[in-house]
Design a protein. Structure first.
Length: 203
């Protein structure tokens, strides 16, 4: 298909547009591996750093969907090596790389990328959650609990951080001594999450 497209078009830009169309079609049909293959062709035609970063980010997301966290981490790392300004996609790359490293048990590395994501966008809750997971993996349970509490209050409709907090408290009750008001903070998180349930979802 790639050879056919190249042979039928005189413009690399038109080929990239057609390939992106095939990527979207494949993703819509759940053919993620085919979409990845087309993205790899797009990457070979990309000229600017921004194009390459966008393409690599999409490829890494597909790796995540396939639970290939090693492949995803390597692809996010490739994207991070390209020149770019601090922005939403740079946050995304650091945060998702941190997530993948956590999935592989590489928590010390994950902590670094989660902190980088938070520095870029401290108002986005997901990096705080992922940082909590990294800190928990490093045995820094009190700091992990604080991250989960913060993430829950930032986005109460996403219950993952709250569940991580519950699991952490159940497994390491000693943190109740380090954070004397932890149970009251946990209760507050539940109340915030429950009060958010009736609110309309943003589309």
């Amino acid at each position: 298909m790639y050879s056919f497209l190249v042979g039928r078009s005189e413009s690399a830009e038109k080929v990239k547009q057609m390939l992106w169309g095939l990527v979207q079609e494949c993703m819509g049909k759940g053919k993620t591996e085919a979409a990845y293959a087309y993205l790899d062709k797009v990457l070979s035609l990309a000229r600017t750093s921004g194009e390459k970063v966008s393409c690599l980010a999409e490829m890494a997301v597909i790796c995540e969907a396939l639970r290939d966290y090693q492949g995803a981490a390597e692809t996010y790392s490739r994207a991070l090596k390209l020149p770019q300004e601090p922005n939403e996609i740079l946050y995304f790359l650091n945060n998702n790389l941190g997530y993948c490293l956590n999935q592989m048990g590489r928590h010390a590395e994950a902590e670094k990328y989660c902190l980088a994501a938070i520095e870029i966008d401290p108002d986005h809750y997901n990096a705080h959650k992922n940082l909590g997971i990294a800190l928990q993996g490093l045995g820094k349970y009190a700091d992990a609990a604080r991250c989960f509490i913060h993430a829950t209050k930032m986005c109460p409709r996403d219950r993952r951080a709250l569940q991580h907090l519950e699991d952490l408290i159940a497994a390491h009750k000693e943190i109740l001594e380090e954070i004397p008001d932890l149970l009251s903070q946990r209760l507050e998180c539940h109340e915030v999450a429950q009060s958010d349930e009736g609110k309309p979802r943003l589309q």
